[in-house]
Design a protein around this ligand. Structure first.
Ligand code: NAD
Length: 478
């Protein structure tokens, strides 16, 4: 139980309850339903590393929820709160998320019980390599079987150490780089992976606002521009989502909640400046020109149009759900709303864009990175200049025709520039991500609006994901 006084189920129980709510509306055999629900295996490892003159013992997990497709995929988290229940919940969400966005993976998740801020870079490298060694030797990191990625407390640096550790232990594996995603581009990564989850949140909101009926269901109107947004967590996901929404879509970031409190400014916070401040001062407190609120969590309840919890699970629970005033919540974090809170919010008419869709940008671009690693060539390398040459032919022909016929046409310089530029890897990644987020939203939406018994996007998302997993199991003869 996360909070015994509030009788909240644990994170894993919450995911199962949401799963149960959806399968009740489906026609699955009880056997298949149970097979999909359960977590296949969780490996716990305890290992020692000699640090600062003594042996420190660490506990880590790698959980595999479903191997209906392989490799299985899911991030590795570094936090003191990591435990078995949490990795199993996150692994289950990965199964459903991959199915929803049609990334051909099963679901997995890993975690190390550690506060990364307590260790310096060299120590973290030793710990990470040792953890990776334990997982690699059991094929729990492997390009064809289990491919981790970054999550809370980890990033490009840790993924590069893991990739290198795998390569050292598998010197003849030509696909070694595909053993992990989220690597820096110089170490086999892909452009646009760091921003991918936040970018996906932006694309998800853009897609939501393309449907006036959906916007009205959230008691909102008009377009995304001008909407007041509160973000919790200015880490990888929250920072990129807030940055893109404010800089590119005209949203106003009226609240930013971090570990040490929250900043509030009705005129809109400058995300880059707040990020720079937190990096320099270790938190948001003291940021000039905005009101600092000591009880950061209370700002989740602030009046705004869109609430983006992007830090951790269970932050909206039975104890505060009633007081959440945002009519639209997009779950950038995994599991930020407990099952109990979800019921309260649904009754209030709050529209929730669920985690398994909202933060799927990360795994989507991880999928592209994995494909890139297996194909050993960067996206766009073969086509880019050929596309440019073809566009140039067209422009030159138009200009020649105009001159020949004395029409006096001139193409605007910036049109010509854009038209003549072939897509590089970053442009292709963003295009693939945008397409994925739009397509997945449509599939949820069809179920949400197409069935009288489906009241919300989360249940719709589960139904789409579970049917796809069930289909794979059936075609395997289960
Ligand atoms: P991160 O470690 O980069 O950032 C987390 C941020 O939240 C940090 O700035 C931290 O200070 C802040 N935070 C922690 N506890 C908080 C609290 N109680 N109140 C307010 N702020 C708090 O992690 P991340 O990668 O951005 O992941 C955040 C969430 O998004 C997690 O739920 C994760 O599972 C999910 N997610 C991440 C990715 C990814 O690609 N990184 C992909 C999908 C989902």
């Amino acid at each position: 139980m996360t909070n015994p006084q509030l009788q909240e189920p644990s994170f894993r129980e919450s995911v199962d309850l949401m799963f149960n709510r959806a399968v009740r509306l489906m026609d699955l055999s009880p056997g298949l339903e149970n097979k999909i629900r359960v977590c296949n295996s969780t490996y716990t490892v305890r290992f020692g590393v000699r640090l600062r003159g003594k042996i420190e013992t660490f506990t880590g997990y790698r959980s595999v929820h479903s191997e209906h497709m392989e490799p299985v995929k899911g991030g590795i988290r570094y936090a003191l709160t990591v435990h078995q229940d949490e990795v199993e919940a996150l692994a289950a969400l990965m199964t459903y998320k991959c199915a929803l966005v049609e990334a051909p993976f099963g679901g997995s998740k890993g975690g190390l019980c550690i506060d990364p801020r307590q260790w310096d870079d060299h120590e973290l490298e030793q710990i990470t390599r040792r953890f990776a060694y334990e997982l690699i030797k059991r094929d729990l990191i492997h390009p064809a079987q289990n491919v981790p990625a970054p999550d809370m407390g980890t990033g490009e640096r840790e993924m590069a150490w893991i990739a290198d550790q795998y390569a050292r232990m598998n010197t003849t594996d030509i696909n070694a780089k595909a053993c992990v995603t989220g690597k820096p581009p110089h170490a086999g990564g892909i452009q646009g992976r760091v921003e991918a989850t936040g970018r996906g949140v932006q694309y998800a909101l853009r897609e939501f606002f393309r449907h006036p009926g959906d916007v009205a269901a959230a008691h909102l109107s008009g377009i995304l521009a001008g909407k007041r947004v509160v973000v919790q967590g200015l880490g990888n996901v929250g920072y990129h989502a807030a940055k893109f929404l404010s800089e590119e879509d005209g949203c106003k970031i009226t609240g930013i909640i971090e570990r040490d409190g929250a900043l509030v400014d009705e005129d809109g916070l400058n995300v880059e400046e707040v990020k720079a401040w937190t990096q320099a001062h270790g938190g948001v407190k003291g940021f000039p020109g905005a009101t600092w609120v000591e009880d950061g969590a209370s700002v989740l309840e602030a009046d705004c149009d869109i609430l983006i919890p992007a830090a951790m699970e269970g932050v909206i629970h039975r104890g505060n759900a009633d007081r959440i005033s945002a009519p639209l919540i997009i779950e950038a974090a995994n599991g930020p709303i407990t099952f109990g809170a979800d019921e309260i919010l649904r009754k209030k008419g709050t529209v929730i864009i669920p985690d398994m869709y909202a933060n799927a940008g990360g795994v989507t671009v991880s999928y592209f990175e994995w494909v890139k690693n297996l194909s050993h060539i960067r996206f766009g390398r073969m086509q880019r200049r050929a596309e440019e040459a073809r566009s140039r032919l067209l422009v030159e022909e138009l200009e020649r025709l105009s001159a020949d016929k004395g029409l006096g046409w001139t193409l605007a310089a910036d049109f010509k520039d854009k038209f003549l530029r072939g897509d590089d890897e970053l442009a292709l990644v963003r295009s693939g991500l945008d397409d994925t987020m739009r397509t997945a939203y449509q599939s949820m939406r069809e179920v949400w609006h197409g069935r009288d018994d489906v009241e919300d996007l989360r249940t719709a998302a589960y139904i789409v994901a579970i049917s796809r997993v069930a289909q794979t199991y059936r075609s395997k003869g289960l």
